[in-house]
Design a protein around this ligand. Structure first.
Ligand code: ADP
Length: 263
């Protein structure tokens, strides 16, 4: 038997399968937004890439931005609860989570059981989210996945003063037009995002240990800028982008045990 968690994010759907002992036994990601074939493609990819058989699945929970339109799930759980539950299994000492997703940013404090104590979210503005990085990398003609390596080559500090995405885009174009090095501009972009994230995290407060989940955790340049700005070590989970999907799978497993207790 196995259960599945589906995280229908704003930029990608992530799925995670776990067995009755909470072992991770399959996962897949499809980079498509909610309301597309992303969810069914991700489920197909899960079964194609593992030895699992769909008929052995006893429960599915959906989370993420598009969770309410899931066509596969038995029920949905908020992203905040799923990230908390997922990180508690991946990094049990973590008490503060920065979830850096494609379209929103969250700061979440949890207890030792992975229960949410408080949280704050920035979902009205692209600054401090993956969208900001996507807009900036598009204008610079580079892939988001290359930002970390490019940042590592920076030699000069450049400050991007605008955190508003539209103004920052013009500022980046202007820096490019006067011949600044790409790496220095990228490092400046990460520093600007880190400033924005720090503002939100400080309002929640940091109880150690601190982690970052979501796709932003894959960007070493962003993580480095954040560690500098927050003056704290950030622990990175093994599978940061799947934290929400793992949490959803853990909820699905709990549902199955509750059902079995009743029978
Ligand atoms: P969502 O759940 O909203 O779809 P994710 O947690 O999947 O968001 O994160 C998406 C964001 O993560 C992207 O906007 C991008 O900034 C970043 N990202 C995704 N993949 C990578 C990568 N390989 N390297 C660096 N950053 C990445």
């Amino acid at each position: 038997m196995h259960v599945v968690g589906i995280d229908i994010g704003s930029t990608a759907t992530k799925v995670m399968a776990i067995d009755k002992d909470k072992n991770r036994i399959g996962m897949a990601i499809v980079a498509k937004p909610p309301g597309t074939t992303g969810e069914s493609e991700a489920i197909d990819a899960l079964y194609e890439s593992s030895a699992l058989v769909a008929k052995d699945c006893t429960g599915i929970v959906a989370t993420g931005y598009g969770r309410l339109i899931s066509e596969k799930a038995d029920r949905e759980v908020s992203e905040i609860s799923c990230h908390a539950r997922g990180i508690n299994q991946l990094l049990p000492n973590v008490r503060t989570i920065i979830d850096f997703g494609g379209q929103d940013l969250k700061a979440i404090q949890i207890n030792d059981k992975g229960i949410v104590q408080q949280f704050l979210m920035n979902d009205k503005c692209a600054a401090g989210t993956g969208r900001f990085l996507e807009v900036m990398s598009r204008v610079m003609g580079i892939e988001v996945s290359k930002l970390g390596d490019i940042d590592a080559q920076a030699t000069k500090e450049i400050s991007i003063s605008n955190t508003c995405t539209v103004f920052a885009e013009s500022e980046v174009i202007s820096l490019m037009s006067v011949g600044h090095e790409q790496a220095d501009i990228v490092a400046g972009i990460h520093e600007a995002v880190a400033r924005k994230v720090t503002g939100l995290v400080m309002r929640v407060g940091i109880v150690p240990e601190l982690t970052i989940t979501g796709g932003g955790a894959l960007n070493k340049g962003l993580v480095g800028a954040l560690e500098k700005s927050l003056n704290t070590r950030i622990w990175i989970p093994e599978i940061p982008q799947y934290t929400g999907a793992l949490g959803a799978a853990l909820y699905a497993l709990e549902d199955v045990s509750k059902r079995q207790e009743k029978e």
